[in-house]
Design a protein. Structure first.
Length: 396
């Protein structure tokens, strides 16, 4: 059986993108830290990013508040346009989660960046200055963030020769924190018991006509890595898949084009295994409760997961020994309780997308690249999506 474990940075990207398209409703302002996003954004743009706001006029302001995770997370969305003397427009969008800047985007594709403080470019000293300015800002606005001495210590260890691509950043680790750097971006990630935590990150990127930023390093606590080892979960997932398949009927198309019933072959089955560390209310337990009647799953009883705590979620994609069309099994199990988050078949009849002949362990993606992308590059990758949502909102 081929088994691969990968901490999926792409999961972070999917969560991030989904957050951009949530519907915002106008409600009364009740910022949890005493300051609203409208208080913080001008200071963040000028005092931290270094923009000269005297060169712009603010127009098209939009502000809204919504509540997520059962009301435990207040999401403020604040967007506006900066218009320069020449009529150029720079779009600014942001969302703050319980006062933390979950994402901030400044896009000058149709305008200009006027700086009172020059961006760091590939200067390590300039990056240190940016972080020190943010630490001062965070203290002023009651945002709990990374320990300044730890962050500056990691920055002091960086090489002056930085990679040009945000997709392959240099990495430096010390204790429970990692630093990822490229010539125009840098960011920090949390490490718990030797495992990187994608949802506890801080990152900033200065592109030619775009600035992107996020700080959710202290938004969530971490429950831990859970009760499973990789081997234990893999066997758990296989046993679960077999139980469900024994009660299911499968069909495929034979060589003559006729749909026939087939039985899964488990003799050389394969599975891809991943460990995610995600917010506790990302999945509810409705699927688990449905399966309890079949003797599958674990009862949660009165246990409730904290919306502001990250919990381990083990996931597996299970492949039959011989493909049945493109059908495979998708399984997710909470690592703290063994409760089943989801369990279902996925795919359709037809040619298989999985290469059953290639079982090389070299197929596995390295987590270091994924987490680096999650911290630094995901906000760059999704910037156009942010701008598209913002333009739609401001031109209604």
């Amino acid at each position: 059986m081929m088994r691969k474990i990968k901490m999926s940075g792409m999961f972070v990207i999917s969560v991030f993108v989904c957050s951009l398209f949530s519907v915002s409703s106008i409600m009364s302002v009740g910022a949890v830290d005493g300051f609203s996003a409208k208080d913080k954004m001008p200071a963040l743009l000028s005092d931290v990013f270094g923009l000269d706001l005297s060169k712009y006029t603010i127009t098209n302001e939009g502000y809204g508040v919504r509540y997520e995770a059962g009301g435990f997370i207040e999401v403020e969305q604040y967007v506006f346009t900066l218009v320069d003397a020449g009529g150029g427009t720079t779009y600014v969008g942001s969302e703050f989660y319980n006062g933390f800047p979950e994402w901030v985007n400044v896009d000058a594709a149709f305008g200009s960046m006027y700086y009172a403080i020059e961006p760091p470019k590939d200067s390590i000293e300039g990056m240190k200055n940016v972080f020190e300015r943010y630490a001062t800002f965070a203290q002023k606005y009651n945002i709990t963030t990374i320990d300044t001495s730890l962050a500056l210590n990691l920055l002091s260890k960086a090489s002056s020769s930085l990679p040009s691509s945000e997709l392959s950043p240099a990495k430096i680790s010390s204790g429970d924190m990692s630093l990822y750097m490229s010539q125009k971006s840098f960011g920090f990630g949390s490490i718990v018991d030797g495992v990187n935590i994608p949802n506890k990150t801080w990152g900033i990127s200065f592109m030619n006509d775009m600035i992107t930023f996020h700080d959710v390093f202290e938004l969530y606590g971490v429950w831990g890595l859970g009760v499973f080892s990789e081997e234990e979960f893999t066997q758990f997932a296989v046993d679960l898949a077999k139980k469900l398949c024994y009660a299911s009927t499968f069909y495929d198309v034979d060589k003559d084009g006729v749909v026939v019933e087939v039985k899964p072959n488990w003799s050389k089955m394969r599975s891809d295994v991943s460990l995610l560390i995600i917010p506790g209310q990302f999945y509810n337990n409705s699927r688990n409760n449905d399966l309890l009647e079949q003797g599958i799953g674990v009862s949660m009883g009165n246990t409730m997961r904290d919306a502001l705590t990250l919990y381990p979620l083990w996931t597996a994609t299970v492949y039959f020994s011989q493909p049945i069309g493109n059908i495979d099994g998708q399984i997710g199990v909470w690592g703290d309780t063994k409760e089943i988050a989801y369990c279902s078949e996925y795919g359709f009849l037809g040619g298989s997308q999985y290469n059953y002949a290639d079982v090389s362990s070299g197929q596995s993606n390295t987590y270091d690249n994924l987490i680096g992308i999650a911290i630094i590059a995901l906000i760059v990758i999704t910037s156009m999506a942010i701008v598209a949502v913002f333009i739609k909102k401001t031109h209604k």
